[in-house]
Design a protein. Structure first.
Length: 246
């Protein structure tokens, strides 16, 4: 949740940041946002970045709060969505936002935002996220799946084995990290990944009822350059969890 890091990343967003909005092959996130929407209620996008999800939220909710740590992201989101009149923008660090976010929302969307490997900062940001959900409101949380990251490592091993049998050069670059802490490298950056059961435990311990868990599936091109033709399903994924505050 380092502010300078995200200000720098915002300048090269299209190069550095994976586009969940465009790569959600089965539109799982879209469907769940619409499922829990109401034109009488409010929504909040925590970690809105360039604002890809704001048009969908704006269309299905009375009022939308767009929150991000990066001032540059906020500016980009405002420009991109300047025709939408029901969005309020908030520039704040979620890890330091206990007093900065003074309202709650009926639906809180948090998509690949709780990524820092630093436990203290991540827990502080998580507490901000759950406090932003109104009583009996819903949280749509999307995070990198640790199971998927480990599965991708397994696939690399199988790929290597096939290449060796075919007399081809093995080009595997092993990912570093500490899977026991859920930390894996994404484009060279240590990134927190989550087990499904870990997410359930976290949310249930925070006073939420887990409504459903789904895979946000991607193609193999999101994991590897030039994946081989034989590489089919099951595909890599993020976890989406919908939880209701009691």
């Amino acid at each position: 949740m380092d502010r300078k890091y995200w200000e720098d990343v915002a300048l090269v967003h299209d190069v550095k940041i994976f586009d969940v909005f465009s790569n959600d092959a089965e539109k799982v996130i879209h469907k769940n946002i619409i499922k829990y929407s109401s034109l009488k209620k409010t929504a909040m996008d925590l970690g809105c970045a360039i604002g890809n999800w704001l048009p969908l939220l704006s269309k299905h909710f009375k009022k939308v709060y767009a929150v991000d740590i990066s001032k540059h992201y906020i500016d980009l989101a405002k420009e991109k969505n300047k025709k939408l009149s029901n969005i309020e923008y908030v520039h704040v660090d979620l890890a330091k936002a206990s007093k900065a976010i003074t309202t709650t929302a009926d639906l809180v969307v948090c998509i690949n935002t709780l990524l820092t490997p630093d436990n203290k900062s991540r827990n502080a940001a998580y507490n901000t996220v759950i406090k932003a959900v109104a009583k009996k409101g819903y949280l749509v949380l999307v995070v990198p799946a640790l199971e998927s990251a480990l599965y991708s490592e397994f696939i690399l091993d199988q790929w290597d084995a096939k290449d060796k049998l075919a007399g081809k050069k093995v080009q595997k670059v092993a990912k570093e990290g500490n899977p026991f802490e859920g930390t894996m490298l994404l484009d060279g950056t240590p990134t927190k990944h989550y087990l499904k059961e870990e997410l359930h435990f976290m949310l249930q311990s925070s006073g939420f009822e887990v409504i459903e868990s789904k895979k946000v599936k991607y193609t193999w091109k999101t994991e590897f350059n030039n994946p081989p033709a034989w590489l089919k399903a099951p595909y890599p994924w993020d976890w989406l969890v919908v939880a209701k505050r009691k």
